[in-house]
Design a protein around this ligand. Structure first.
Ligand SMILES: *Cc1c(COP(=O)(O)O)cnc(C)c1O
Length: 399
């Protein structure tokens, strides 16, 4: 039957019916080990009892009231996120792109109210991904996503990834903010050099520019810290988060310092759904688990095990795997075969992974994944790699 869905996705011929922990069960009753996590969203896996209880309890009470009224659970979640981070203010959204739209608005508004309306330009980096709205597409500057959608929104400049000198040259009298992912996700788990964020912080301070981080994928424990900026020892002015914070419920947030955030006075921004009671109940429940003592340290340890086992796999299959990179449970396998072939071969072994830029296969398992499941995933990747080492003529067999 012809699909009535707008044909913007080339979907796999596979649908799922239920999930538990890191496992998904297809409509045909087959079990898949999920190391894609719905693109870093299913942070606590599937059917986590604490999340199911929080959602169902709230569902029986109240879903939505609008932001014209107090939402106590939202006050509580904002306070907890602020207390656990650099931030003083939090605004809840329904997605990552919306959180980034607000991050850009806050940066521009801050420059405006401090007497610099001309500083509306945001510098981003090649290979970045910030979402699919018109402003976030302009911020990333990726040509293939901008094509056919009219003039690129004004005020967004791009420089090559990690190129500090090009960045310095790009900073001008109109620059108001720098926007960057601490680790590029869609771009292929591309890592910044260790001191790069420190250099950015100094550059921003020297030029009165705001440092805006896109932690939509790296945040909420993914890299083995609550937020990836913690690895660098610096603090940003604004961050956007989403994905893992809702554990599958659509939820995002923009976090700001007091200095940047106070420019957003009554009426300057709003949302109908953002931060509604149902979302806030789930967000608080996710945070209960992630902030529990030892949980985030456990992510770092499991991530280390995963990368060690993958390094061994790379040594056994150098013609298939070129490089292993990442932090915590955000891992990239740069392949020598087309990454989509590797994803298909892994899927044939009932392991879900996600392709990314730079010919990389991403592993973004639920943060609750066990060491046993990590070993199982590597076993399956090992079988997939063996398949891919076969002559080209046989490759179709893996699909
Ligand atoms: C997924 C993602 C976004 C966009 O989030 P949506 O919820 O799809 O709007 C933005 N930035 C990064 C780094 C992402 O990974």
């Amino acid at each position: 039957m012809v699909s009535a869905l707008l044909p913007t996705y080339a979907r796999a011929d596979l649908a799922f019916e239920r999930g538990d922990g890191a496992w998904l069960t297809s409509t045909k009753g087959e079990r898949y080990l999920d190391f894609g996590g719905g693109i870093a969203v299913a942070s606590l896996g599937y059917s986590h009892p604490h999340l199911v209880a929080a959602l169902t309890e709230q569902a029986g009470k109240l879903w939505h009231t609008s932001n014209l009224f107090q939402i106590p659970e939202g006050e509580r979640l904002a306070r907890r996120l602020a207390d656990a981070s650099f931030a003083d203010y939090v605004f809840f959204t329904n997605s990552g792109a919306e959180a980034l739209e607000l991050a850009i608005k806050v940066a521009r508004r801050y420059q405006y109210v401090t007497g610099h309306p001309e500083r509306f330009h945001v510098i981003g980096f090649e290979g970045a991904f910030h979402g699919r709205t018109l402003a976030t597409l302009a911020a990333a500057g990726t040509q293939k996503y901008l094509e056919g959608f009219g003039p690129k929104a004004e005020g967004f400049d791009q420089v090559p990834y990690c190129d500090l000198e090009a960045l310095k040259r790009a900073i001008g009298p109109q620059t108001g903010a720098i926007l960057i992912e601490p680790i590029q996700g869609e771009g292929g788990v591309r890592m910044l050099p260790p001191s790069f964020l420190k250099s950015l912080r100094k550059l921003c301070d020297d030029n009165k520019i705001l440092l805006v981080l896109d932690e939509v994928q790296t945040g909420m424990g993914r890299t083995g810290k609550l937020f990836a900026y913690e690895w660098s020892g610096i603090e940003p002015d604004i961050i956007a988060i989403a994905k893992g914070i809702g554990g599958g419920f659509p939820l995002g947030a923009c976090l700001t310092t007091e200095e940047a955030g106070r420019s957003m006075t009554v009426g300057t921004h709003g949302t109908t759904y953002g931060g509604n009671p149902l979302a806030m109940a789930v967000g608080n429940a996710v945070l209960d688990v992630i902030l529990a003592p030892g949980f985030i340290d456990g992510i770092a340890q499991t991530g280390l095990l995963l990368r060690q086992r993958l390094a061994e796999l790379k040594d056994r299959h150098p013609s298939v795997i070129e490089e292993i990179r990442g932090e915590g449970l955000m891992v990239g396998i740069k392949t020598r075969v087309p990454n989509t072939d590797f994803v298909a071969a892994a899927r044939a072994e009932k392991l879900l992974t996600i392709p990314a830029g730079d010919n990389v296969v991403r592993l973004l398992p639920p943060l609750i994944v066990t060491d046993g499941e990590v070993n199982e995933a590597v076993e399956r990747l090992s079988r997939a790699s063996e398949q891919l080492e076969q002559p080209i003529a046989q490759k179709g067999a893996a699909e």
